[in-house]
Design a protein around this ligand. Sequence first.
Ligand code: FES
Ligand SMILES: [Fe+2]
Length: 377
Amino acid sequence: MTSTSLPDSLIATLPGTSYTDPAIFAQEQEFIFESMWFCAVRSSELAKPGAFRTVDVGRESILVTRARDNSIRAYFNVCRHRGARLCTEEAGEVKRAFQCPYHAWTYGLDGKLVAAPNLTKMPDVGRTEYGLTPVATREWLGYVWICLAESPPSFDEDVIGEVVTRLGDAGAIERYGIESLSVGNRITYDVKANWKLIIENFMECYHCATIHPELTEVLPEFADGFAAQYYVGHGAEFGEEVQGFTVDGSAGLDRIPGVAEDQDRRYYAITVKPQVFINLVPDHVIFHRMYPVAVDRTIVECDWLYMPHVVDSGRDVSRSVELFDRVNRQDFDACERTQPGMGSRMYAKGGVLVPSEHHIGAFHDWVHERLGTHPPQ
Ligand code: FES
Ligand SMILES: [Fe+2]
């Protein structure tokens, strides 16, 4: 059967190999994750100069740090001498320089080569020229976004533009003041599934009635299968009896003051391709970043962000964390249940999308466009 013989209600998905073939994953690393803006680190994790995090972006390890002048810097985590990995820890802090553990080439927080054994006997070695290789950075919503491309695409078009497409205007997200919220909780999920299964899952709500009893209790319209992402600017309304976005519908925490009247008691979901999902509710923001590590494995780091005084005063945020933690586990279980089927010969030509999932077809077109491939005719 070919895709052209599908009934009007159905459109084809990507073929199974798209989720299982390491060669396709390598292309995605090159043409998606190493070419686009990638949300790497919460800025507040780099609280002072010398604090650092290392992040895998595509096939590269990137070192993100804060320099003496408080600016955020990112570098390839590769020594300019003979290529040893400079920092092996996921996070940490150095006093004033990064020293390679192999032959002790030492780099300032600004990336310059500041010391090396016998360096004075090599006056022709440029300190900047042989410094760490920088990567483009941008801070937005309190996160450090980095881009490995030599000429990065427009951040305003690619990243902010995606939010505008979803919400109608950038002000709709900026009102939440996400950059000044505090991390009340962070959970890291190790999901044994291809990153695209996670995006596709996040984009549709056809599964909500089946696997998300707590979520559909709070957002009754989700039981119909149409995700908040289906309509531009639409936020799903809380159920009448629901007081807050919590696991039992009990009251949430203090409302974020900038939230507009028409955004109150509503839930917004945004996908910023290729690896960010943002959920907005009146008293907190749930910010997910995916780190694809293999064709069949994706790490998802999820932050629950609240007003700083809520976090500082030690208020109990567990009921709101529990709601979306359950949703995440329900979703990631579904993705892990789907991953093995991607390798089945029955799924070689892929599956189908029903009308409430048809917008996922645009995501598939986008994947084809990035990789320069075409859907099978
Ligand atoms: S490889 Fe880093 S100092 Fe030699
Ligand atoms: Fe879900």
